[in-house]
Design a protein around this ligand. Structure first.
Ligand SMILES: Cc1ncc(COP(=O)(O)O)c(C=O)c1O
Length: 390
């Protein structure tokens, strides 16, 4: 039997960031939480069963990654992305961000310029700053509700960069880069011998008719010059179990990365529950995933139509991927601080401020539609009422 995604689960008092951590981020705990990127849905039944089974064995010592675990991941990526990574290519890190830090430390030096494409997932910038690297911004262009790459600028910046942190699909623009765009990116990187960290954590949450292309699948050169980061955390809502798969086909790069992970950072052991959950999700999660995509598609339709009907000043940047699309708030004529205050104090909603994603994000707020549709209805009602009172 399928999951009822409309059924609301009370997540309060489970140490969850989205609800229990709201006060720390927004100064209030009574907001409608549509911010941090996890979903309010239960995981596939097979994952719960695998976790129970693992919990029944009362010893939680150090782990290995079983063969079946790699096979489950490779089989998933083969079915969904025409890509079958060899198990020897796959490294484990607790999170994609751990992998990002490891790659920055392994492949660049302090002060080195590293290229990113804002407005983009904000830890890209903060990680570079924390590790003393220089941020090179190739700001995305925004026109008629659509983001695209400024290729002329990209070509210039790529000449100087030592590493390119690519977000594909891109958070928060929700773009799924088209094959032609990816080929242009690849050609510039190849010309400049630029290593690519391709963060593909959102690759499974892609809406029809868009199609994700794994960077390593673009060419022989791409395969030998990339680090591909994927995880079951967004797809199956497992962020709290801290699992991600980092695939590095090139042996020399992989050995350098693994060496730092194992002997410098000590984060390569894996989590007993994470391994069990990820393997079960990739093996048995297909039907749940199909239902999830149908529900998220319905949520996006609902939100888009409701905004057009009731609040046409606020526009949904129609997502090609992710459950965390942007809302274009330009029509409200508020600056980014006013928007932030208004959403918290007047509308009673916790959204992510677009400005946190860097230059180009100021006129947006990011909304999380990975929730019951009734919450999106509530969002519309609260925002409508607040705007009417304004
Ligand atoms: C593009 C992107 N990369 C990485 C992450 C975080 O990954 P992890 O929790 O595995 O470090 C997120 C979370 O929202 C994300 O959107």
């Amino acid at each position: 039997m399928g999951v009822n995604f409309d059924y609301a689960i009370d997540r309060r008092n489970t140490n969850c960031s989205k609800y229990d951590g709201m006060e720390a981020s927004f100064g209030r705990n009574d907001l409608l939480p549509l911010w941090i990127a996890d979903m309010d849905f239960p995981v596939p039944e097979a994952v719960t069963e695998a976790l129970k089974k693992r919990a029944e064995h009362p010893v939680y010592g150090y782990n290995i990654f079983p063969k079946g675990y790699f096979e489950a991941f490779a089989s998933w990526t083969e079915r969904h992305h025409d890509w079958s990574p060899k198990s020897a290519w796959v490294c484990h890190t607790p999170g994609v961000l751990t992998a990002l830090s490891t790659a920055i430390l392994a492949f660049t030096q302090p002060g080195d310029p590293v290229l990113i494409q804002p407005p983009v997932y904000f830890p890209f910038q903060s990680t570079l700053e924390a590790l003393g690297r220089t941020v090179l911004n190739n700001q995305l262009l925004y026109e008629d509700g659509h983001f695209s790459i400024d290729f002329a600028d990209f070509e210039e910046k790529a000449k100087k960069a030592k590493l390119f942190i690519f977000c594909s699909p891109h958070n928060p623009s929700s773009r799924v880069w088209k094959r032609e765009e990816l080929e242009r990116i690849e050609a510039v990187c190849r010309k400049n011998n630029l290593l690519v960290f391709s963060d593909e954590i959102h690759c499974d949450i892609v809406y029809q008719p868009n199609k994700h292309t794994v960077f390593a699948n673009l060419s022989e050169w791409a395969r030998e010059h990339c680090i591909i980061a994927m995880a079951p955390s967004k797809t199956f809502n497992l962020a709290g179990l801290e699992m991600s798969h980092i695939t590095i086909p090139n042996k020399e790069l992989r050995e350098k990365f693994q060496y730092l992970l194992r002997y410098g950072l000590h984060v390569a052991n894996g989590n007993s529950f994470g391994i069990a959950a990820a393997q079960a999700a990739y093996t048995h999660g297909e039907e749940w995933y199909r239902d999830l995509m149908a529900y998220l598609t319905g949520n996006i339709e609902f939100l888009d139509e409701a905004l057009k009907k009731w609040i046409p000043q606020v526009k949904l940047v129609r997502p090609e991927s992710t459950y965390i699309p942007l809302l274009d708030m330009e029509g409200l004529h508020m600056d980014s601080q006013e928007l932030w205050d208004f959403m918290i104090q007047k509308a009673g909603v916790a959204l992510h401020a677009g400005r946190t994603f860097g230059p180009g994000g100021e006129q947006f707020m990011r909304i999380n539609v990975g929730t019951q549709r009734a919450n999106l209805q509530l969002f519309i009602e609260r925002l409508r009422t607040a705007l009417a009172r304004r």
